[in-house]
Each structure stands twice: as structure tokens, then as C-alpha cells.
Design a protein around this ligand. Structure first.
Ligand SMILES: Nc1ncnc2c1ncn2[C@@H]1O[C@H](COP(=O)(O)OP(=O)(O)OP(=O)(O)O)[C@@H](O)[C@H]1O
Length: 637
């Protein structure tokens, strides 16, 4: 039986498309792949079968290089995946992930064009104008498969391509796979839950608990059984029996299972290939510095493909795009209209103990702005009672001899304290009311900065979260897009959105609300755009680090309030206690807001420290956030 297999499975290097030796991979404490050995011969279809959760998808992700293995080695088309200069991930491999991994707002044509652009294809695809979101499940799978086949890859890695597909289409997919491997140049590894369909594969691998129970041509695996399914069940039972014999060891995990199974096998079992890779020498691969440098330098082709993708998606959601453009303008307009203006029609009690119509107190009261203050003449007792009852915002009081005392203050060089007091206007404010807010120097420009920053955070914080969840990020990785390219593409496309937002915002605050600008408009625009970039890059950090939409939203919101309070936006930095003040000065918005104020109100330029400091700190934060986001994204793939 082993001889049969060895005749059909090439052993030498170069004759296999994929070779895994002693591969281990864990998620935290969960060991998913245990010393797994697998060989996909060149020009063959390999059907990887196994129950749900046995680690098939994990293994495929390790093969395409989106997951790192913790031990062992994998060789795909001659080199380890993600090796510098190797086109896996890249053109050589077509990957269809388990998730559909399609952009819903794309047409079929857009989808093929997008992946075609990444692979540098110039041929014009046929126009398919149906939106992916309007297709049936089976149709979407076909598009997804089409995207994997697009660049005629040498290796096709298909994770359950036939799920939810009708039997006719399933048969067609298999027929196509059989057709493309005939040339001997294309190899396929395919996972499926429909065990019997794998009879059309040249080789099958039966996987369980992270190890391969058997590997070989389907006929050999089924030798003593009428179906593959029965063979698989038999293998599982035998494996369980060996496990229970070994069960005395409390730590017996998949690794031990695999070894004990191998060592205890007899010839009647369909263990068709000795998986031990210990004797195999691990080949050494090297790449010169030029290849390594080319591998690291971002490719404009990929960046532009991703940017066009984002623009097309935006175009397909015009309502959401308009809302994004107009949101800052709406917010700033509301702020201009509702915040920072003079109070209107507030009730103030007036206690005037002078009765004569020609008294100075009367003429003074007549000068008060009656649209802001509505004067209510009252007695001393009623006025203070009214204040306690919350009816009035304050009391203005004049003594009985206000006119004569004021005249004395004007005429005489020295007067008694009684004269000063009697010749003064007494004002009592209700400090429990909102009145004291009017004393705080509200600064619209700083708010513009905050809005630009946080809208940018909000725009980007979910960018990768959703793409990662839908498998799109993985698909792009496998097509050869690097984390840095993804990061730059997001940065550039969001920059377009925030540029429109900032343009509209400035038009409104300068032309409609006529906020004065004493300084250079160019500097104003640059600092606001730089703040927007800080927001985008911070959003990218959140997006790269967090997997779930809700947590990403919480993180963006969680940073909003502390930053608003500590950055001196609500209350001056000078009033913040010392340890916090140092933090405040290091934050991305503190010095930038100060710089914006100095440019617009004082007309200062870059030669002033308070201005260039704002630019320098913002640029520093931008660089830091972008590097951090790229590193996180790289570490997590
Ligand atoms: N990102 C992850 N974090 C933690 N555990 C994970 C993660 N991805 C997968 N797992 C776990 O690893 C195990 C193997 O998952 P995997 O998706 O590889 O199985 P599978 O054989 O492809 O299953 P199915 O046939 O249902 O797709 C499962 O127990 C799963 O819960």
C-alpha cells in the first residue's frame, strides 16, 4: 500500500507544490496544528478533508503566509511563503477564503478588475454590472472563485469553495479543477465538507485534531471501504482507540495522538504515508539585499488599486459620502450658531433705591443692552428671593445716594470708603446658574481642530476591522498586498475625504460665519490637514489593533473625552495640575491648537516658536501613529 502511494506521490524537492513538515500552530493555549506533515504533489488536486474545527483553514492560512507557524517548515512552490522575492503571497497563488471576501458595493466586473489591478493584469474583463450584494450565495461563490483564478496562478488554494453551491455548479467547479491540473503546471489544494466529492481529487488528506490521519490517492484510502466517508470514520475510530490506550497520560494532546497512531499502525490501516519529517533536511533559502529591498518597498500598483477600490465603494454609497462631507460643516455651523454667542433676554432684577428720573442710575440703566438683559425693577427683598427661586440670573443694585456719591468720586481727589461704596454699581450673579460659562473664553478654532481630528479617527477606526472580518484583508495579503501598502492606500483615500471636509469647513467659518483670520491661510489649511492626518493615522492604529467593530468604536470614543479635557480645549492648560499638564503638552492637539490660534488671531508665521512647535509635534505624532499601525498590522498577519 505504501508502495502504491510512493509511486503516485513524488518525494523529491521541486516535484511538490506544497510540503509541510512538523508544522505546529496554536491560538494562545489552543494547539490547532500538531506536527502536521502534508505533501501536495505538483499538478495534482489535493482534497483536504476533516471535521469542523480540525484546523484546515488554519493550515491553508499558514500555507499562503497570512498566519505564521510556531514550529516546523512549509515550502510552497519552492520557497517558504512570504519569503522575500517569492510570489507567494502574490501572483503565483490564487486563494479563495472560506468567507466570501468580496466587496458588496462592487460589481462582478469591479471585483475582477480590482484583483486584476493588484496582479498587474492589463486585459480588459467583460463587463458584469450586477452588484455583488444583489447576487445569490452560489453566484457570489462563483465570483469569489473567479477572483482566485484570475491571474492563472500556479497554485490554487480553495477553502470550501463548494459550500452553499448547487450540485450542478459543484460538479462544474470540480470539472474545471480537473481540467486545469491536466497541464501539470497547476496544483490545487481544496478543503470540503462534502467528503465524497473529494474522490475526484488525485490525493486526499484526512485531517483530525490538527494532524493528518492519512494521505494518499482516494482509491488507496478507501481500499477496504466503499466510500471515503466510511474510510474516514474508520480512521477516526482507530485513532480514538489508540488515544484511549494512551489515555493514562494526562497531557496526551493531538501531537501525542499523532505519534502514537503512527507508531502503533499496522498494514491493514490506510495510513498511507509516513508523515515523519525528521529525516528530511530543511533546505536553506536566501535572497540578496536588492530582492529584500524590493520586497519591502511599497508598490504603487497595489496602492493605486486599493485607492481606486475605496473610491469606487464611496461612489456606490453616495448618501454616506455626502454625509461624511457635510458632517463637519453641520457641526461647526451648529457650534457657531449655538455656542459662544451673547446671551439674549436674560431676566435680571434691578434694585434701584434712587427715585429721581434724572438720577445717574437711570441713565446708566438706559445704556444697558436691552436685547441681552431684561430689567425687572424690584425691591431688595423680592430681588434676592427671586434669585433663590431661580427666577433671575442676577441683581443690579444702586444705593439711595448713588448720583451724589458718584459725583463726589468724580470731583474730589480723595473720598471715604462709604462714598466709593455708595457710588458703585453692585452686581450679584447667581453662580449656581449657567451664567459663569459666559466668562470662559470659548475658542471656535480649537473646536474646528477637534472636529477634524475626531471625524478622521471615526472614518478610519473601522477600516480594517470590517475588511478583516469579511476575509478581504487576508485575500488582499495573499494577492501580494503588504501591510504598508494597505496603510498608505487608506491614508491617501481618507486624505481625499478630509480635504473636502476641511475645504467646506473653512469656506463656512471664513465666508459664512466670518471668523477673522489675521495670518496665512495656507498655514491654517496645512495645520488642519495635518491634524486630520493625525486622526486618520490614530484611527488606523485602532483598526489594526482591534478585531471587533464595537471595541473599535469604544476605543475611539474612550480617547475622545480624556483628550478633549486634557488638551486644554475646554479649559486652559495652565489650570491643569502639574503631572497632567505634562501629559497635556505631549498630546497631539495641545500645541497644534495653540499654533492655529496664533496664526489666525495673531497673524504669526512659522518663525514663531509657538507656531512651528504645533507643526513639529503634529508631524511627529503622524509618523509615530503610521509606523505603529503598520507594525501592528504586520505583527498580526
Ligand atoms: N483567530 C482565532 N483565534 C482563536 N482560535 C481560533 C482562531 N481561528 C480559529 N481558531 C480555532 O482553531 C480551531 C481550528 O479552526 P479552523 O478554522 O482552522 O478549522 P476548520 O477545520 O477550517 O473548520 P471548518 O471546517 O468549520 O471551517 C478551532 O477550534 C477554532 O475555534
Amino acid at each position: 500500500m505504501k508502495a502504491d502511494l510512493e509511486a503516485s506521490l513524488p518525494a523529491g524537492q521541486g516535484e511538490y507544490a506544497i510540503r509541510c513538515r512538523d508544522v505546529c500552530r496554536s491560538y494562545g493555549n489552543l494547539k490547532v496544528l500538531s506536527n502536521l506533515n502534508l505533501t501536495v504533489p505538483q499538478g495534482h488536486i489535493y482534497g483536504l478533508l476533516g471535521p469542523s474545527g480540525c484546523g484546515k483553514t488554519t493550515l491553508l492560512k499558514c500555507m499562503v503566509g497570512t498566519l505564521k507557524i510556531s514550529r516546523g517548515n512549509i515550502t510552497v512552490l519552492g520557497k517558504p511563503p512570504a519569503f522575500p522575492g517569492h510570489d507567494v503571497p502574490g501572483r503565483m497563488v490564487g486563494y479563495m477564503p472560506q468567507e466570501l471576501a468580496l466587496y458588496n458595493e462592487f460589481t462582478i466586473s469591479d471585483t475582477l478588475t480590482f484583483f486584476g489591478r493588484i496582479h498587474g493584469l492589463t486585459s480588459k474583463e467583460r463587463k458584469k454590472n450586477s452588484l455583488v450584494r444583489n447576487l445569490s450565495g452560489g453566484q457570489r461563490r462563483r465570483v469569489s472563485l473567479g477572483a482566485a483564478l484570475l491571474q492563472n496562478p500556479e497554485l490554487l488554494i480553495l477553502d470550501e469553495p463548494t459550500v452553499g453551491v448547487d450540485p450542478v455548479l459543484r460538479a462544474k467547479i470540480w470539472q474545471h479543477l480537473v481540467e486545469i491540473v491536466k497541464t501539470g503546471k497547476v496544483s490545487v489544494i481544496i478543503t470540503t465538507h462534502y467528503i465524497e466529492e473529494a474522490r475526484q481529487a488525485n490525493v486526499v488528506g484526512l485531517m483530525r485534531n490538527g494532524c493528518l490521519l492519512a494521505e494518499g490517492p482516494p482509491e488507496a484510502v478507501m481500499k477496504q471501504h466503499s466510500t471515503l466517508e466510511q474510510a474516514f470514520l474508520q480512521l477516526c475510530q482507530t485513532s480514538d482507540q489508540v488515544d484511549s490506550k494512551q489515555g493514562s497520560s494526562p497531557q496526551a494532546g493531538p501531537l501525542e495522538n499523532s505519534q502514537s497512531f503512527e507508531s502503533g499502525r499496522d498494514e491493514s490501516r490506510p495510513i498511507l504515508r509516513d508523515g515523519s519529517g525528521a529525516a528530511d533536511e530543511v533546505p536553506k533559502y536566501s535572497a540578496d539585499w536588492k530582492v529584500r529591498a524590493r520586497h519591502v518597498v511599497p508598490k504603487w500598483r497595489n496602492i493605486s488599486a486599493l485607492m481606486i477600490k475605496t473610491m469606487v465603494r464611496m461612489k456606490r454609497m453616495p448618501g454616506s459620502l455626502c454625509f461624511q462631507f457635510l458632517l463637519p460643516v453641520i457641526q461647526v455651523s451648529l457650534i457657531c450658531l449655538c455656542v459662544g454667542g451673547d446671551p439674549k433676554g436674560i431676566e435680571v432684577a434691578v434694585v434701584n433705591n434712587e427715585t429721581s428720573p434724572s438720577a445717574y442710575s437711570q441713565s446708566l440703566l438706559s445704556f444697558l443692552d436691552n436685547s441681552s438683559v431684561h430689567q425687572v425693577p424690584l425691591s431688595h427683598t423680592d430681588a434676592f428671593e427671586g434669585i433663590y427661586n431661580g427666577e433671575y440670573w442676577g441683581v443690579i443694585g444702586f444705593g439711595q445716594n448713588f448720583t451724589s456719591y458718584l459725583t463726589k468720586r468724580m470731583m474730589q481727589r480723595q473720598v471715604s470708603r462709604e462714598v466709593v461704596d455708595g457710588g458703585s454699581v453692585h452686581v450679584w450673579l447667581d453662580m449656581t446658574s449657567k451664567m459663569h460659562f459666559f466668562s470662559f473664553d470659548f475658542n471656535l478654532l480649537v473646536i474646528v481642530n477637534v472636529i477634524t481630528f475626531y471625524l478622521a479617527v471615526g472614518l478610519t477606526a473601522l477600516s480594517f476591522v470590517i475588511e478583516r472580518k469579511e476575509g478581504l484583508l487576508d485575500r488582499c495579503w495573499v494577492a501580494g498586498v503588504s501591510p504598508l501598502e494597505t496603510m498608505l492606500a487608506h491614508l491617501f483615500s481618507q486624505l481625499f475625504v478630509i480635504s473636502v471636509q476641511i475645504l467646506l469647513l473653512l469656506l463656512f467659518i471664513l465666508l459664512v460665519f466670518k471668523i477673522p483670520n489675521e495670518g496665512s491661510l495656507v498655514l491654517v489649511i496645512i495645520i488642519i490637514v495635518l491634524q486630520g492626518i493625525t486622526g486618520i493615522s490614530f484611527g488606523l492604529v485602532i483598526s489594526a489593533a482591534i478585531d471587533d467593530e464595537q471595541n473599535a468604536n469604544q476605543a475611539a470614543l474612550g480617547v475622545f473625552y480624556p483628550n478633549l479635557i486634557i488638551s486644554g480645549i475646554i479649559w486652559p492648560v495652565e489650570c491643569i495640575p502639574y503631572p497632567l499638564r505634562y501629559i497635556s503638552l505631549a498630546l497631539p492637539q495641545t500645541y497644534a491648537s495653540e499654533a492655529l490660534r496664533c496664526i489666525m488671531y495673531r497673524g504669526w508665521g512659522l518663525s514663531r516658536m509657538m507656531v512651528w512647535r504645533g507643526f513639529a509635534v503634529t508631524l511627529g505624532w503622524n509618523t509615530f501613529f503610521l509606523i505603529l499601525a503598520t507594525v501592528i498590522l504586520k505583527l498580526r498577519t
